[in-house]
Write a protein that binds this ligand. Structure first.
Ligand code: ADP
Length: 367
C-alpha cells in the first residue's frame, strides 16, 4: 500500500522528443488511477518512469513521501503487467507465479503459500500444473496478474493489459480486475487508450494529449464536466455532437436552421454574464440529450422536424442518425421507440444538458 506523488515530471528522449510535459498528480493510498489518451500521448512513458524503466528527465517521483527518482526498479516495490504478458512457455502456471519469489530466494514454504493465495484469488487453482499454451487468453492474463500479486507490491502498474483479449473476455477481465483491486486495496495505475475501460475501472482518470495532462477527474465528473472540447469528444460513446452555433444578443442559441430557447436554464445567466450573447460558440449535445420521436401532430407538437437517415439497434438502446442542416447528428434513444430510415421525426434537445465551448480556447464554459 502506498501513496505516490508525481511532481512536474518531464521526459525528453535521447532523440529530442519530449514525450511528457509537467505531469503532476497526488495519488492516494489504494486509489485506482487510469491514464487514458490516444496512442503516442505519453501514457506508457509516464508509467515506465514510475517503474524506473525510463529515466526521469526532470521533476520528482515520490512513493510514500520518499523521492525514488534514482532508485533501481527492483527496489521500488512496484509490479508491472504488460499487454504482451510473456509467460514462460516451458514453466507451469505454478512456476510462472513462483518465479519472481524464487529469484528473490524466498523460503519455499512462503513461496507455496503466496502462490496458492494468488491462485485462489484469481481462480487458477485447477490450472496450476498446466503450461501457458494449455490456457485460454483470459486465464493467461490471470497468470500474468498472479505473477505480479504474489510479490505483494506497494503499487501495481498495468499497461494495456487487456488489449490482446476479445471484447467479451475484456469485459469479464475488467470486472475481475476491479474486484481484485477492491480485495487487495492496493494502489493501481492502469494505462489504456480505451475510454470505456477508463470509465469503468478508475477512481480517477487522467486524460492526456500530446504529452500533456488535460484533465484529472472521477469518471462521473469527467463525463458531466469535461474541461474542454478534446475531453468532451474523447469521453462518451458515441461522442458528443458538436455544432458551430451562435448565441443571439437576446440569448437564443442558433444552430443551422434551428433556434433553441435556453432562457430557463442556469447557463443562460452565466453565458450572459461572461459576455457570450451575440457571439459564436461551439455547442455540444450528448446523444442521450436528444430525444426523437415520430411526429403525430405537426401543428401542436413541440420540437424540430427532421428525417431519419439510419436506425441502429444496440439492444435496449438504439442510435438514430439524422441531419440538422448540413450536419449529421447521432441520438441515443430507448429501443422501444422504433424509427425507420426515410421517415419524418421530431427531435428535441434537453436544454439543461447542453455544453457551450469558447470558439477560441475550446474550453467548456461553466459558471
Ligand atoms: P502512449 O503510451 O500514450 O502510446 P508513449 O509514451 O509510448 O505513448 O510515447 C509518447 C511519445 O514518445 C511518442 O511520440 C513516441 O513516439 C515517443 N517515444 C516513445 N518511446 C520512445 C523512445 N524510446 N525514444 C524516442 N521517442 C519515444
Amino acid at each position: 500500500m502506498a501513496t505516490m506523488t508525481l511532481k512536474n515530471l518531464n521526459k525528453i528522449y535521447m532523440n529530442g522528443v519530449q514525450a511528457v510535459f509537467d505531469f503532476s498528480i497526488d495519488i492516494k493510498d489504494g486509489e485506482f488511477i487510469v491514464f487514458v489518451g490516444p496512442s503516442g500521448c505519453g501514457k506508457s512513458t509516464t508509467l515506465r518512469m514510475i517503474a524506473g524503466l525510463e529515466e526521469i528527465t526532470s521533476g520528482d517521483l515520490l512513493i510514500d513521501q520518499v523521492r525514488v527518482n534514482d532508485m533501481a526498479p527492483k527496489d521500488r516495490d512496484i509490479a508491472m503487467v504488460f499487454q504482451n504478458y510473456a509467460l514462460y512457455a516451458h514453466m507451469t502456471v505454478y512456476h510462472n507465479m513462483a518465479f519472481s519469489l524464487t529469484l528473490r530466494k524466498e523460503e519455499s514454504d512462503k513461496i507455496h503459500e503466496r502462490v496458492m493465495w494468488a491462485a485462489e484469488i484469481l481462480g487458477l487453482k485447477p490450472y496450476l500444473n498446466r503450461k501457458p499454451r494449455e490456457l485460454s487468453g483470459g486465464q493467461r492474463q490471470r497468470v500474468a496478474l498472479g505473477r505480479a500479486i504474489v510479490r505483494d507490491p506497494k503499487v501495481f502498474l498495468l499497461d494495456e493489459p487487456l488489449s490482446n483479449l476479445d471484447a467479451k473476455l475484456r469485459g469479464q477481465m475488467r470486472k475481475e480486475l476491479k474486484e481484485l483491486h477492491n480485495r487487495l486495496g492496493v494502489t493501481m495505475i492502469y494505462v489504456t487508450h480505451d475510454q470505456i475501460e477508463a470509465l469503468t475501472l478508475a477512481d480517477r482518470i487522467v486524460v492526456m494529449k500530446d504529452g500533456y495532462v488535460i484533465q484529472i477527474a472521477s469518471p462521473v465528473d469527467l463525463y458531466a464536466r469535461p474541461v474542454n472540447l478534446y475531453v468532451a469528444n474523447f469521453i462518451g460513446t458515441p461522442p458528443m455532437n458538436f455544432f458551430d452555433a451562435r448565441i443571439t444578443s437576446d440569448g437564443k442559441v442558433v444552430i443551422e436552421n434551428v433556434e433553441v430557447d435556453i432562457k430557463h436554464t442556469p447557463q443562460y445567466e452565466w453565458l450572459n454574464q461572461k459576455g457570450y450573447f451575440g457571439k459564436n460558440i461551439i455547442l455540444g449535445v450528448r446523444p442521450e440529450a436528444i430525444t426523437l420521436r415520430r411526429p403525430f401532430n405537426q401543428e401542436t407538437d413541440l420540437g424540430y422536424k427532421t428525417k431519419i437517415e439510419l436506425y441502429e439497434l444496440l439492444g435496449s438502446e438504439a442510435l438514430v442518425h439524422f441531419n440538422i442542416g448540413q450536419k449529421s447528428v447521432i441520438s441515443k434513444i430507448n429501443a422501444r421507440e422504433v424509427l425507420h430510415p426515410g421517415e419524418d421525426a421530431l427531435f428535441n434537445f434537453d436544454v439543461s444538458h447542453l455544453y457551450y465551448f469558447d470558439k477560441e480556447t475550446e474550453l467548456c464554459i461553466y459558471e
